[in-house]
Design a protein around this ligand. Sequence first.
Ligand code: HEC
Ligand code: HEC
Ligand code: HEC
Ligand code: HEC
Length: 449
Amino acid sequence: MTIGEKDFTFGKDFLIEQVKKFHLPVVSSNVYEKGTRKLLFEDHKIVTVRGKRLGIFALTEPFHFKFLATQEVDVTDPIPIAQKMIKKLVNDKVDYIIVLSDLGILRETKLASQVEGIDIIIGGHSEDVLQQPRMIKNTLIVQAGYQGHYIGNLTVFSEVQKKIYNHELVALDTHFEPGTPFMRKLVSDFKEKLEKHETVPEKTQKNGKVPQGYETSSYCVQCHTKQTEVWKNSHHSTAFLSLYVRNQHFNNECISCHTVGFHKEGGFTDVRKAVVKNDGTFLDLSQLADTMILETQELNQDLKKLLKKNIAQFKEAIKATQEKDKKSLYEGQIFALQKIEETKSLKGSMLSFYENPEIYNFLRKLYIKELDKTKLAKNYWGVQCENCHGGRAGHPFEKGDFSKKVGTKACATCHNKENSPRFNLEEFHRVQGIHKSGKFAFICAEGKP
Ligand code: HEC
Ligand code: HEC
Ligand code: HEC
Ligand code: HEC
């Protein structure tokens, strides 16, 4: 396996420690300790499989490291490193040369077209689901999505000719058992541990600059009531719920786009400190999400009705369809709805909001109502005003460096092709219609506050 920039979230030392502790077979050919030419990990491995010697090296993209909070490593241009490694492996008389890559599909394609001698690139980073491998010159590129949604299975028939292969992407959907009890326990223990972990290291001030600072919507509402109403009605305000139903609200990989100011000065730091009440104490949104659906000890009657209704609808839909994929999707949703009924909790139910829009809207209204009841000083959860308008501590009283207009680029930081494949700025995603000027595809509310 190899590494990408995300593996450095907790720093270089943490990563090295984990690799040692669990004896992970990490290969990495172009990542060095800062300011030295000392490689962090082995730059290649030779493995023998059925009598064939596979030479494996691994490449990571320097550009991805530019935005890391801590700069502890040097990552060098992958192309010359690839040329050097290929020379070495050819000298070692390997039968196959395989590259593990975190370059992303575009750069992998470029690598294959510019550098000769690589047989297979097992790609990553861009999280593409390649149903068929790409053959660029004599190099085969495969990628199998991300987060374990698929397993890629590539068989190469070396006896005949290198270029004859069989490739299969196996979707790890509900047809598969959710793992052995041992594995499931490992996962649930890990999530519990995350819950207790101080998730995000607080940022130190850089170059003596004043922290940018985030005020969050509870501040903006004082003057911009109209915009705040529109925002509350949009899905942005309730992005906590989406993570909570997946029990992923502790996962840094998800939090970044579902909160404000993640990894920025004065922004989101810690799950437990993300919502501050007027009296300075913290509000636990997990508890809020679970108590809001209860009337004393029982599930809210209206919610109960909606759950029953959707279960019945999905059962009908299963009967009506022949498609295997749809059937298993609906089965999954019935399972999720029943889980909420049984556990009286949303946590980890795996409910899909897209498949259950009525329930989502119902939950969103409850959630906003509960938050409005509690007087909040700050709330870093959800896509807040300042995700689009930039940190605004000091506004409107001080002359600050406040971004004046929201460019559409701002949307693309979160609405990327993995997390928002249906996003289409022109036609699809409008919260409140097109801005009068016709310039913006989205606006919080027309006119002055
Ligand atoms: C104390 C009242 C007040 C608060 C609180 C406030 N604003 Fe404003 N806001 C103003 C005023 C006044 C203007 C200037 C209106 C004008 O110039 O026409 C303004 C203008 C804006 C504008 C348009 C012009 C620009 O500067 O980009 C945006 C966007 C904006 N505010 C966002 C926010 C956000 C986000 C928050 C919360 C973090 C917030 N405001 C909190 C009073 C406030
Ligand atoms: C900080 C990340 C982030 C940014 C920036 C962002 N979004 Fe979103 N957006 C989200 C998330 C997360 C959701 C899903 C929330 C949920 O349902 O949990 C979402 C949902 C939406 C929806 C669905 C809302 C609905 O009511 O159906 C629209 C429309 C949308 N975004 C438009 C935009 C536009 C336009 C921009 C740029 C002006 C933008 N977003 C910027 C993260 C972001
Ligand atoms: C790069 C930004 C980004 C990251 C990282 C991210 N999301 Fe999202 N998420 C979005 C956006 C944008 C939407 C809105 C998608 C849309 O409406 O098209 C969204 C919507 C959702 C939804 C609502 C739709 C649904 O499927 O029911 C869920 C749930 C969700 N995200 C869960 C997660 C989880 C779990 C993670 C971590 C594994 C995660 N997100 C990481 C940006 C992100
Ligand atoms: C998804 C991104 C997004 C979010 C979230 C968002 N806005 Fe906006 N807002 C925009 C865009 C886009 C415009 C219109 C174009 C511009 O002025 O840049 C706008 C315009 C405004 C304006 C100027 C109004 C006008 O008519 O010129 C104010 C004030 C404002 N927003 C305040 C807020 C407040 C307060 C919140 C939170 C409650 C908020 N916005 C949340 C994207 C966003």
